[in-house]
Design a protein around this ligand. Structure first.
Ligand SMILES: Nc1ncnc2c1ncn2[C@@H]1O[C@H](COP(=O)(O)OP(=O)(O)OP(=O)(O)O)[C@@H](O)[C@H]1O
Length: 328
């Protein structure tokens, strides 16, 4: 396939144990953003061009009202500066990075209420996709199917050209090396320094010391934490801790980054810095799939939005807005 994914067939013997530190070996991306670009979340005061005319709804399957309710409230939004049109358009051709084909997920504890019900979608290399919806609509479940933390009850989940519903468990760690993951609660190891937390991700997959020494400082510079390498997580702010977890997810330059509410614990100004980082990582070629409740962010960014409701995709919209989901 055209993506940067490696085959899971050619793996070493090492076995990465922790999902949160699962990082891939991938083709290098040579245009990662600089720390200067990502470390200073400046206040954004520009208003983006109206983009409604350019919106292209390519799937609307159910009850979500027309997107008129979610027009961008970007004037004054701290995210407005990221909503420019200068990102290269993603060609939705070739092999999708992620493909769901009629996927249903039923948790044993809720046999009569599928968490996801007949979900089909394709995410192509280089896309940035927000996954939105009410609490309980299935966002985390969808992400956990991509990382094979969960296995679909029926249908196919294909990531990197591999059918995860058929993948043997012993191959899962190798899949996860190709997917960076960022969570709301950072999942940092409290007894390790910033440097050690990021290095650990590489050590887990058997990378030689020389690689660790080269790549860890580089990625910490990228996220603007070069000066904090020897700090412990509890000496950092929430935003800085999340930068560490982004660095850890990106240290081996995965082609796919899966983020579950990465800004959920952060205030808007700090979230902007994280969002800026993810946006620049995406512009350097990484596919990003991000579940979020952050209405302002989604409305401002005008990325592709997949909306879930009770396990169904009810909206899949290019340059979409958040939509009405009441109090979440
Ligand atoms: N481990 C589990 N066992 C049983 N049911 C579960 C489990 N995890 C999630 N569910 C159910 O699956 C549905 C989807 O949950 P999921 O966590 O994917 O939603 P979500 O949109 O991510 O919610 P939130 O925004 O609150 O994180 C919900 O009805 C939830 O109760």
């Amino acid at each position: 396939m055209a993506s940067h994914f490696r085959s899971t067939e050619r793996q070493g013997s090492e076995d990465a144990a922790l999902d949160a530190v699962s990082v891939p070996e991938t083709a290098p991306q040579d245009e990662l953003p600089t720390s200067e670009e990502v470390s200073a979340p400046a206040a954004a005061d520009e208003t983006p061009q109206a983009e409604e005319a350019a919106e292209a709804v390519h799937v609307v399957t159910a009850s979500e009202p027309a997107d008129s309710e979610s027009q961008p409230a970007t004037g004054g939004s701290v995210y407005a500066s990221l909503a420019g049109d200068d990102a290269p358009a993603v060609q939705r051709t070739g092999t999708p990075t992620v493909s769901f084909k009629n996927v249903t997920l039923i948790y044993p504890a809720q046999p009569n209420k599928p968490a996801l019900d007949d979900v089909s979608l394709d995410i192509y290399p280089g896309e940035f996709v927000f996954v939105v919806g009410h609490s309980g609509s299935g966002k985390s479940s969808l992400l956990r199917l991509i990382t094979r933390e969960l296995k679909a009850s029926s249908g196919q989940v294909i990531v990197a050209g591999q059918d995860l519903t058929k993948m043997r468990n012993k191959k899962v760690p190798y899949l996860r090396r190709q997917i960076g993951t960022v969570y709301q609660d950072f999942k940092l190891l409290p007894d390790k320094t910033v440097y050690e937390n990021v290095a650990f991700a590489l050590e887990c997959i058997g990378k030689p010391k020389s690689v660790v020494k080269a790549q860890v400082p580089e990625v910490l510079r990228l996220v603007g934490l070069a000066e904090r390498m020897q700090h412990f997580p509890d000496q950092l702010s929430g935003g800085e801790q999340q930068r560490v977890s982004v660095a850890r997810a990106m240290v081996n330059r995965p082609p796919l980054l899966v983020c579950d509410e990465p800004t959920g614990n952060l205030d808007p100004a700090i979230s902007l810095g994280i969002m800026k980082l993810l946006d620049l990582i995406n512009r350097a070629g990484t596919t990003v799939v991000m579940a979020t409740h952050d209405r302002e962010m989604v409305d401002s960014m005008r990325k592709r939005v997949i909306a879930l409701e009770a396990g169904h995709v009810v909206r899949d919209q290019e340059k979409g807005g958040y939509g009405y989901y009441g109090a979440l």
